[in-house]
Design a protein around this ligand. Sequence first.
Ligand SMILES: [Zn+2]
Length: 196
Amino acid sequence: MVLNDATLVLNKHWVPVDFTTVLDALCKLYAGSARAIKPDDYSVHDFESWAQLKVAEGAPCVRTATIAIPVPEVIILAHYGRVPDRGLAFSRGNLFRRDRYTCQYCGRRPGTAELTIDHVSPRSRGGISSWTNCVVACLKCNSRKANRTAAEAGLVLRRQPAKPEWSPRLVVARIPCKASWEKFVSDAYWNVELKE
Ligand SMILES: [Zn+2]
């Protein structure tokens, strides 16, 4: 059902902040709280001009008794300008992604089955589980380090762990990215200052 498909939601500064359903996107478009972006040429449309667009051959559309409206795959909110503050959850999966599935001591990428999470400052010494105290380590390095600090174990951290920056890409990390979204969430597109 096309109405349940996902639509990318940009804030008024064109920053991807969420996704919603096509149905909700059409409602927002109709209510005037959002406009639709045509990804091909970045043109911005209100409901009226969007409804007049021709549906491309084979492109998804919503049909009423009299008209066929192209599915809005990207909408831009009229008023909302912030980026979500929910940030990135501290989780095993996100930690693995932050460290690119790479042991932060030896630099190897042996695969997830051989990767563990290491507490830089050991738990036995009060080290907590946090973005800045946890890194991905291979089994070998982790067992070598054991309950010691890296220095004590003769290991060198390849880079200081930090909380990942919020990124537009995080918005679509949870669902498959549509081709039409790619340019709005790509790093190249966002190689610009996002702050107001
Ligand atoms: Zn290692």
